[in-house]
Design a protein. Structure first.
Length: 113
């Protein structure tokens, strides 16, 4: 008796996009002023909690002229946008600043979603 156990296997090949995603990082102050930090941050790390995990973020930016010293005190809104369009408009993360701290010529900001 012949046994047929043929199964068609369809491979899935991931093709990376041709273009890299554009992104934007903004901070909304308590008075409503929006700071666009896209061009001046030196590092950014975002952990987006999907289920019962609280997400968090951390970014550093150069501040040699003390432009952002004591501007953020905590509880300001941080928004991260990412898109393949020419301007990033899709909101991917929203959080609140918990602790801004000065470290020489840099400011390190941490917070949660």
């Amino acid at each position: 008796m012949a046994i047929k156990s043929m199964q068609i296997i369809r491979p899935k090949i991931w093709i990376p996009p041709i273009f890299s995603a554009n992104w934007k990082l903004t901070v909304e102050r308590k008075d409503g002023t929006i700071d666009d930090l896209t061009d001046i941050i030196s590092s950014l790390e975002i952990e987006d909690g999907m289920t019962d995990v609280i997400g968090g973020f951390e970014f550093e930016l150069w501040n040699p002229n003390e432009t952002y010293t004591k501007v953020w005190t905590g509880n300001e809104i941080v928004r991260y946008y990412s898109d393949y369009a020419t301007e990033a408009t899709t909101l991917r993360f929203r959080g609140r600043i918990e602790k801004p701290s000065n470290q020489g010529n840099k400011i390190k900001v941490t917070g949660r979603s």
